[in-house]
Design a protein around this ligand. Structure first.
Ligand SMILES: *[C@@H]1O[C@H](CO)[C@@H](O)[C@H](O)[C@H]1NC(C)=O
Ligand SMILES: *[C@@H]1O[C@H](CO)[C@@H](O)[C@H](O)[C@H]1NC(C)=O
Ligand SMILES: *[C@@H]1O[C@H](CO)[C@@H](O)[C@H](O)[C@H]1NC(C)=O
Ligand SMILES: *[C@@H]1O[C@H](CO)[C@@H](O)[C@H](O)[C@H]1NC(C)=O
Ligand SMILES: *[C@@H]1O[C@H](CO)[C@@H](O)[C@H](O)[C@H]1NC(C)=O
Length: 483
């Protein structure tokens, strides 16, 4: 396929690491969603998703900031414990996005294994809010390396998105502590400033075909950043970001469909009783600004009756269960994230990655940051609709065994958009088996990845890679087995 370069950005939203969140981003998102419901967070911002693009343009944004870093200095000679056979260049370092505050974003970038000068550029963002795209996405999902269970050495990911085909917050920082209270708006603005300044360091990527992909809470960041880029482009067509499309996976995009869809998914996947589900259907109005007492009672029962199953991948084995002698069918080791933490907290690794000035040890997600998240619109569907009309490629994909942001929630959200079907639901294939299902709508493509949990490229690397390469190729996933 023709894809290739991964740029993983550590958003400011994943900066300090005070507390570890072992569950990773899905767990953080679950807690975030619960908190917003009980505390009635963000009531002043519910309409932000509807703000027109023009209102978001701030001409001071995206100015070129004097940088200390350089491409040469950012080049990684080798990561400690990396296997032989590495046939691509890797870079990591900092791009200052606010010189007064001393705020800098950490990035990790890998070039394509083949012909990098002609490959499109992909920015990958993980969710949370408050999780590292490098430590989660880069090291456990789509990046070229995975960490062995010794926490010290690496193995090569055959289906990495920079293979003839992309990358990631944990090391970003600010010298102004008040910056650790952040939100959606700051995140998209910083990402935008990052991109403009990153292009100065890597000028060969200016005007290159550019895509943004991400999962989970990045269902907010990805469309918001795309909207910001397009609105700046309208005012200044010379902006060097040639945005061609976005893809979001198991993405939180609308609070009402997120709630309604979750309980319907539980019921249709046999993890709650008929009575509890019916109680929710009859008593919960997820469009209302607050939920009734009775609704809460049923919700609590539903959450309790699930039992201890893995919220990212409901059929997977739990990390730490005694039957760890064989890997689950997907080949994904549920303890993967436990190997990434020690690896990224090794001094030599941090040195190789050019890490500097992080106040605490690295962790995959930052709890204080997500707990103090400032703005988060209830829905970003209006942004999706705006992007669909802009002519860029818009894909929504979903691993179908994740119950945190389940496939049902995505389908309900798409249903609200009301776009006509162009090619109806069909099975697509990878290695002779159904890789999932796809449906093409006008200006929007929806793809499921069969047997995959929340972190799609982590759980189903081959299927995810086929889905992703179809996205970049501008084709639908193959309706038959490609040799
Ligand atoms: C994407 O295009 C390349 C050729 O440019 C092709 O080899 C590859 O099979 C395509 N991928 C898919 C999933 O269609
Ligand atoms: C943050 O402060 C340190 C110490 O003064 C300085 O070395 C560093 O460059 C500052 N960071 C940025 C992004 O300005
Ligand atoms: C749910 O709440 C919304 C918003 O308050 C209201 O418009 C709607 O009528 C309610 N639906 C039902 C079935 O009560
Ligand atoms: C299974 O996991 C336990 C604790 O996580 C560990 O002590 C044990 O060595 C593991 N067994 C195998 C065969 O990996
Ligand atoms: C699709 O995009 C075209 C313009 O590019 C627009 O006219 C049309 O309304 C869009 N349809 C939907 C459902 O977004």
């Amino acid at each position: 396929m023709k894809v290739s370069l991964i740029l993983s950005l550590s958003l400011l939203s994943c900066l300090v690491s005070i507390q570890r969140c072992h569950g990773g981003e899905g767990d953080v998102l679950l807690k975030f969603l619960e908190a917003r419901q009980t505390k009635q967070l963000f009531t002043t911002n519910v309409n932000e998703g509807q703000v027109g693009a023009e209102d978001r343009v701030n001409s001071a944004l995206g100015s070129i900031i004097p940088q200390k870093g350089s491409k040469e200095d950012d080049k990684i000679s080798a990561l400690p414990g990396q296997p032989s056979g590495v046939n691509f260049d890797q870079y990591s370092g900092y791009v200052t996005v606010d010189a007064d505050a001393g705020r800098a974003l950490f990035y990790y970038f890998t070039e394509s294994t083949q012909d990098p000068s002609n490959k499109p550029l992909v920015l990958w963002l993980n969710g949370g809010p408050g999780c590292s795209s490098f430590g989660n996405g880069g090291m456990a999902e789509l990046g070229p390396f995975r960490v062995n269970n010794d926490g010290k050495t690496l193995w090569l990911n055959e289906f990495a998105w920079n293979n003839e085909s992309p990358a990631g917050v944990g090391f970003s920082y600010s010298n102004r502590s008040s910056d650790y209270v952040t939100g959606d708006k700051r995140t998209s603005e910083d990402s935008y400033t990052f991109l403009i300044n990153w292009m100065e360091r890597f000028p060969e990527y200016k005007n290159r075909e550019f895509y943004i992909a991400g999962e989970s809470y990045a269902g907010h960041y990805v469309p918001q950043l795309a909207q910001l880029i397009l609105s700046h482009k309208k005012i200044d067509p010379h902006i060097v970001l040639n945005l061609q499309g976005i893809a979001t996976g198991n993405a939180f995009i609308d609070i009402e469909t997120q709630n309604r869809g979750s309980y319907d998914f539980y019921w249709s996947h046999a993890i709650v009783s008929d009575e509890v589900h019916e109680g929710i259907v009859l008593n919960c109005n997820f469009s209302a600004s607050s939920l009734s007492e009775t609704c809460y009672e049923y919700k609590t029962q539903a959450d309790f009756s699930r039992g201890n199953i893995y919220y990212y991948d409901m059929y997977a084995r739990l990390c730490g269960s005694p039957q760890n002698t064989s890997l689950p069918i997907s080949g994904y080791d549920p303890c993967t994230r436990d190997y990434v933490d020690p690896y990224l907290n090794t001094d030599e690794v941090q040195e190789a990655l050019h890490v500097r000035g992080i106040p605490q040890e690295w962790s995959s997600c930052n709890s204080p940051i997500h707990a103090s998240w400032q703005d988060s619109p209830d829905t970003v569907l209006p942004i999706f609709q705006e992007l669909m009309q802009s002519g860029i490629r818009v894909w929504i994909y979903s691993g179908d065994t994740d119950y945190t942001v389940s496939v049902t929630t995505s389908r309900y959200a798409i249903d609200k958009i009301k776009t006509p079907i162009k090619k109806s639901w069909y099975p697509w294939y990878f290695q002779g088996e159904v890789g999932g299902y796809a449906v093409e709508y006008q200006n929007l493509t929806f793809v499921t990845v069969r047997g995959s949990g929340h972190f799609v490229p982590g759980y189903q690397p081959g299927r995810a890679f086929t889905m992703f390469s179809s996205f970049i190729n501008g084709t639908l996933p193959p309706d038959q087995y490609l040799k």
